[in-house]
Write a protein that binds this ligand. Sequence first.
Ligand code: CMP
Length: 143
Amino acid sequence: MEKTFLMVKPDGVQRNLIGEIVSRFEKKGFQLVGGKLMVISRELAEEHYGEHKERPFFGELVDFITSGPVFAMVWEGENVIATARQMMGSTNPKDAAPGTIRGDFGVTVGKNIIHGSDSPESAVREIGIFFNENELVEYKKLM
Ligand code: CMP
């Protein structure tokens, strides 16, 4: 079953949106298999956002993501990577459709509430950066 890495960013945590966001993915039918509230070190932030190292906003991005607690999660389900991206909406909240997380709650591209893996390769990489295997659970199939 496919897994993805999702993270409520410091703005989402401070605005008390963890429950709202978790609820959307639960109601959709995905399963939470890992989760932790944590403050990210600069080292971890630079590794996570390594592909943006040359971008002019990289410093700002690292400053922001390390500025307060984030809620890091692993979610499991069929096509969860692409579906979670749809549920999050466009990176820039001004382009994100109403009904999506960024469309409903975000205002600026830097503070856009949530991060989600953009491909199967990113999902494996990002889950590995944030979680040890023993921090992920398996559910017994009840249905
Ligand atoms: P995320 O999905 O976490 O991945 C990279 C992040 O870079 C992105 O969300 C945005 O929050 C951030 N970002 C993209 N463009 C800009 C920008 N022009 N200025 C500041 N942050 C940006």
